[in-house]
Design a protein around this ligand. Structure first.
Ligand code: CA
Length: 512
């Protein structure tokens, strides 16, 4: 990465650079190599370093991010209005590679204080999660959660929280359609997230298509006492209050066991870190995502599990990911997930140019290709050892690709189901994203955001763009922060403020 006071160039062959100064660059500014800006260019946006004839490639990260839609002079602002979009890489043309990334030395001696579960997983929080089989019961669960917080939680000091795992699935859906397995598996696997300590409490209605018993299916049958179901339509209940009282009685049994959980020293290999970004800008691929990628490599070296996601944000960079697959079957699985999503988008007549968002564009990201190249920086350099379909649980140690939509809440929900115990969220434009089940560490790609949102952002990776820190230093800082957060010693901004988002299921199946 070549940096002057005003510009960052990401690769030697790039013919555009990114403006780093918060005020942007004024028209007529003298820049490096006798380059003079032809117009005002805002922070995060691109300046042409060379003459770019019409239809010539525009190169950032050493890759084609678009083509000049008109003749562009050196010093001009290169934005989406002057660019045309390249086609995504043809999936059938991507070569598999049998040569793996060089083995990196294991990283030993790093630990965190976690809650060890009977199934071997480790929690970073101690939470009672109340699952639901259908949206009809959302009112009761919210009512019950409020009462538990007020009346029961004070008696169980080791329990951090109680959360309603509400969603909009469960009825009015084609429950046996093949695609229904995605939301069903997601609901089943969220109940098994390590932060819930193996306790599964389900509130159901009684007549819904998704049977509450089905949510229990994948849970170990050895400890039936750790699972409970309440049906609102149970004829024993005379009125709402009796349902509330019965729910509180069930909750008490789970809370008693959760209250016995104690943090113990666990190796960093028990981390399961989910990574995604939201509200990205042109700095995301220079600062926050590379720092996350460095931390991801450290976690992999420590024997932990890391996943990155967001199919539409890696699709245009898939030719760089497939060669990193650990074997041909993983490479094929990556391609299959891309193909599935291509068909899904085609079926819905998705408009490819609608990603990037207006905020991405304002932040300097002109095309989805540019966004994708910045997005995959968070995957670091480790081999990709496994590919998860939406709703699946993470299987292997190392770096996995969990196929999910890119929408923050859907991606976060699927990574929860995959079993993450820490969530990294990189943002450039700023989003207040948070989850109550798992700590979300929010990392800003630019210092301007972390200064304005001083109480919403946990780490300022903008220090890389200003030259105050290297990617490596920031990556280590993030790694240590992950261990602190996983240990409960440091609370993330979203938890301090108590602001959390809803679960949003990915349901590619039909509604009825
Ligand atoms: Ca996202």
């Amino acid at each position: 990465m070549k940096k002057t006071n005003f510009l960052i160039k990401t690769a030697e062959t790039d013919n555009v650079a990114i403006v780093t100064s918060i005020e942007g660059i004024q028209e007529g500014s003298m820049l490096e190599d006798a380059l003079i800006s032809k117009e005002f260019i805002p922070m995060g946006h691109k300046i042409a370093l060379n003459e770019l004839p019409k239809n010539s490639p525009i190169i950032r990260y050493g890759q084609i991010i678009g083509y000049a839609a008109q003749h562009i002079q050196p010093g001009e602002w290169v934005h989406e209005g002057k660019m045309s979009l390249p086609r995504p890489p043809e999936l059938k043309d991507i070569p598999f590679s049998s040569k793996l990334t060089a083995e990196t030395p294991p990283l030993e001696g790093y630990t965190f204080q976690g809650y060890r579960n009977p199934d071997g997983s480790v929690g970073t929080k101690n939470v009672l999660g109340i699952s639901t089989s259908v949206q009809c019961v959302a009112g009761l669960t919210q009512y019950v959660v409020k009462k538990i917080k007020e009346e029961l939680l004070p008696s169980y000091p080791n329990v951090d929280d109680v959360v309603a795992l509400n969603h909009t699935y469960g009825c009015g859906v084609a429950i046996d359609a093949p695609a229904a397995m995605v939301p069903i598996k997601t609901i089943q696997n969220i109940a098994a997230n390590p932060n819930f300590g193996g306790e599964v409490m389900v509130i159901g209605l009684g007549c819904e298509k998704l049977r509450p018993e089905r949510i229990m299916e994948p849970h170990p049958k050895k400890q039936p006492e750790k699972s409970s179901i309440l049906y609102m339509q149970d004829p024993a209940f005379q009125g709402f209050q009796q349902m509330v009282d019965a729910s509180l009685e069930l909750a008490k049994q789970h809370l008693q066991r959760l209250n016995e959980r104690k943090r113990e020293t666990c190796p960093a290999s028990e981390l399961v870190v989910g990574m995604q970004c939201g509200g990205s800008d042109a700095f995301s691929g220079l600062t926050a995502n590379p720092a996350a990628g460095f931390a991801a490599d450290l976690i992999v070296r420590a024997g932990g599990r890391v996943m990155f996601s967001e199919v539409t944000e890696v699709r245009d960079a898939i030719h760089l990911l497939v060669p990193r697959a650990s074997d041909a079957s993983v490479a094929q699985a990556l391609i299959d997930e891309m193909k599935w999503y291509d068909d899904y988008l085609l079926h819905g007549e998705a408009d490819r140019s609608a990603n990037t968002t207006p905020g991405n564009k304002k932040g300097g990201l002109s095309t989805i290709v540019e966004k994708a190249l910045g997005s995959i920086a968070k995957s670091g350099t480790s081999p990709i050892v496994d590919v998860l379909s939406p709703g699946e649980k993470i299987r292997k140690k190392g770096l996995s690709f969990a196929a999910t939509p890119a929408g923050d809440f859907v991606c976060g929900t699927l990574q929860l189901a995959a079993g993450m115990n820490v969530h990294l969220f990189m943002t450039g434009r700023g989003t207040p994203y948070g989850l109550s089940m798992v700590p979300v560490i929010k990392i800003s790609s630019n210092t301007s955001l972390s200064q304005r949102w001083f109480d919403l952002i946990d780490l300022d990776a903008g220090q890389i763009a200003s030259g105050d820190k290297t990617v490596e230093e920031m990556g280590w800082e993030l790694f240590h922060l992950i261990l602190e957060v996983a240990s409960g010693r440091k609370k993330v901004a979203a938890d301090v403020l108590g602001i959390h988002n809803d679960l949003v299921l990915f349901n590619p199946g039909p509604l009825t």
